[in-house]
Design a protein around this ligand. Structure first.
Ligand code: 6PG
Length: 254
């Protein structure tokens, strides 16, 4: 069972969900910058947060854009595909095009995962070192992001932590490489690099965004079911908030 009780918010549709997420994002960004002088976020890939990124960058009016302390923002990613940063599959590219190239975040505060490295294990170790250095972590300690954004796959994966993959059980490392398809485990066709559950669960807030009818079954399995091995069910910040935002279609079976 997840330890954290999720704050479940059901919104009319993907647009209302994106606007509510933008509200939450800007509120947390402003509060973190006010109290600690910086706001550290891990962005997810996938299609679900795309509208959120566009809204944050100012689409449809200055509402959120003007409230976000962009100069105090430090951007990391929850996961990346093993592709070049120019690839249409790159999570970095999506966030850059939709948001980061349109807002004044200092470029040295943007921390992409180097998915283009032909050695994914090396890229994962490099990102782990980057986290340790950025957060000044003593050995054995974990980074505390102000906000981690997640989507959920229809198989229950979050970031690139897929059901049955070794990443699901990782307890020690902060970042791991996930290899393409192997035996019975349906891994993606390209390798991935992902933050691990101990990192996600150390965040001050994890915000999970779920939209569309095709996510209704997995939303029920995670939020109302019994399968404890689903990565999405293992998301449970030990000292933070867990917020699930679903649109009506995704929440249909709850
Ligand atoms: C990625 C992810 C992944 C994603 C889910 C949901 O790189 O694809 O970070 O975990 O969030 O697969 O994807 P959708 O938002 O496209 O449904």
């Amino acid at each position: 069972m997840p330890q954290s009780v999720p704050d479940i918010r059901i919104l009319a549709d993907a647009e209302e969900l994106s606007r509510t997420a933008a509200q939450e994002f800007s509120r947390r960004a402003a509060a973190a910058a006010r109290s600690r002088g910086r706001f550290v976020v891990a962005l997810s890939g996938g299609t679900t947060p795309r509208r959120l990124y566009v809204l944050l960058a100012g689409d449809g009016g200055p509402a959120w854009r003007d409230r976000i302390p962009w100069k105090a923002m430090h951007v990391f990613w929850t996961d990346e595909r093993c592709v070049s940063p120019d690839s249409p599959d790159s999570n970095f590219r999506a966030a850059r095009e939709l948001m980061l190239s349109r807002v004044p975040v200092p470029s040295d505060q943007i921390h992409p995962i180097h998915g283009e490295d032909p050695d994914a294990g090396r890229a994962a170790r490099r990102y782990g070192r980057e986290l340790r250095s950025f957060f000044s972590l003593a050995p054995g300690r974990r980074p505390r992001f102000d906000l981690v954004l997640l989507g959920v796959g229809q198989d229950g994966h979050v970031a690139s932590i897929f059901p049955g993959s070794h990443a699901t059980g990782e307890r020690r490392r902060l970042v791991v490489a996930v290899r393409p398809r192997r035996s019975a485990v349906a891994l993606p066709a390209t390798g991935r690099i992902t933050l691990t559950l101990p990192v996600i669960n150390s965040a001050a807030c994890v915000l999970v965004l779920v939209t569309g009818p095709e996510k209704a079954e997995i939303a029920r399995a995670v939020l109302a079911g019994r399968r404890g091995d689903l990565p999405a069910r293992l998301v449970s910040p030990s000292r933070g908030d867990l917020i699930w935002m679903l649109d009506r279609e995704a929440a249909r079976l709850l």
